[in-house]
Design a protein around this ligand. Structure first.
Ligand code: NI
Length: 402
């Protein structure tokens, strides 16, 4: 048995030994969820756990964020950052479990409880195995993934990627489409950029029976709504997935009253930063031009959201290799790009990053409740994979420069 095989077995055994503890950690976090940038008790709880393990850490980064360091004892090595997000969602939990959310109307419906518990388990394993590696593990507990501007950006501004600067960063996210024990990932552009679009069309209201006396903002906005679909079908490169959706169209007139204004609110998502900025210009020009042509006026506001999440190709290939070795080939999957967004994107833009998906669906289940629903839950044996995969990846990556 070579050294890495010994390390692998040690990690697996420790994960098995700690699983019960990490499940209770996850249940505690699940029971007491907190919203974005309000993760005070969550932060307190994580800090107490790290203190008990005598892992040095700093609190109060981006309000409730925590950064911990585990230094290896043997020789030199890279700095590897491991990140977990901390916030819950404004969802009322409907699961009847003993650890059901005690905070009415707030729920860990996106699995961030699993991410935190998984990282705490990985920290416990790595701390126990300090003699087996050189290098430094940087633990990043990040607040507010769900709400723009997101905690990642704020943490970067507050220096989370300095002193020491990580060589790579790894993140994981629960994934109901895969069974527990499985993971999936994709190199390159993996998750979408997101922007919010607010169009306000101003015309001239009046009696609906005398349209020639009005400038109809409802019809103008309708033309804009239909025309903008061509940005996706005619302007977007078919190789770059692009979404443009308007979920809100408000024209508050009456059957016989044309209103003065109409509003269209929507989102755009895509996978290429250059196209993203071109798309914003096209939307603005088209909406204004159509309104102008119809004698109306269109005000365009586009609020920027998270950038494209780019998984470093080389790093992702390596992580895939570690995963195959740890979990077996049949448990590691190449997955498709997703049109959801994630603020890990900021971290992965600053340094090479890999954000992979952790299967959480029970082995005997055929249907999995979706993320962000009131019945979302996980098979807790996935925490074994969550902590062992993080620890195993960190040890491999730290060794690379030795
Ligand atoms: Ni999430």
């Amino acid at each position: 048995m070579n050294d890495m095989d010994k390390i692998k077995n040690r990690i697996k055994n420790l994960a098995t030994e700690y699983l019960r503890d990490i499940i209770s950690v996850r249940r505690h976090l699940h029971k007491f969820p907190e919203l974005s940038f309000e993760e005070h008790n969550t932060s307190e709880f994580i800090s107490a756990y790290l203190s008990e393990l005598v892992i040095p850490h700093k609190r109060g980064i981006a309000k409730t964020g925590i950064v911990g360091l585990i230094e290896g004892r043997s020789g030199k090595g890279k700095v590897v950052a491991l990140r977990a997000d901390m916030d819950a969602l404004p969802v009322r939990e409907q699961n009847e479990v003993e650890y059901k959310s005690a905070h009415d109307g707030i729920m860990h419906a996106c699995g961030h409880d699993v991410h935190m518990a998984g990282l705490m388990g990985a920290a416990r394993i790595l701390n126990e195995m300090k003699d087996d590696f050189g290098g430094i593990v940087k633990l990043i507990f990040q607040p507010s993934e769900e709400t723009y501007p997101g905690g990642a950006k704020v943490m970067i501004e507050e220096g989370v990627l300095e002193n020491p600067k990580p060589d790579v960063i790894i993140g994981q996210h629960v994934y109901p489409d895969l069974k527990s024990g499985h993971i999936g990932m994709k190199g390159g552009n993996y998750m979408a950029s997101t922007d919010e679009i607010y169009l306000r069309v101003t015309g001239k209201g009046g009696h609906a029976a005398t349209p020639f006396k009005n400038i109809d903002p409802v019809l103008t906005a309708s033309h804009i709504l239909v025309a903008l679909q061509q940005v996706v079908s005619r302007n977007a490169n078919p190789g770059i997935p692009t979404v443009l959706s308007f979920g809100r169209f408000i024209a508050d007139g009456r059957t016989n009253v044309i209103p003065d204004t109409a509003r269209l609110d929507g989102i755009m998502r895509t996978f290429d930063e250059q196209w993203r900025s071109e798309m914003k210009q096209k939307i603005t020009r088209m909406a204004k031009g159509i309104a102008e042509g119809m004698g109306a006026h269109c005000e365009v506001v586009i609020d920027p959201g998270y950038p494209v999440l780019h998984n470093d190709e080389n790093l992702t290939q390596r992580v895939m290799g570690y995963a195959r070795d740890l979990l077996g080939d049949e448990c590691v999957h190449e997955i498709e790009a997703r049109t959801t967004a994630e603020d890990f994107a900021y971290l992965a833009r600053a340094i090479p990053g890999c954000f992979y998906r952790l299967g959480v669906n029970p082995p005997d289940s055929t249907t999995a409740p979706n993320l962000h629903t009131s019945t979302f839950n996980v098979d807790e044996s996935s925490l074994h994979t969550a902590m062992s995969m993080m620890a195993w990846t960190a040890i491999h990556e730290m060794k690379l420069t030795v």
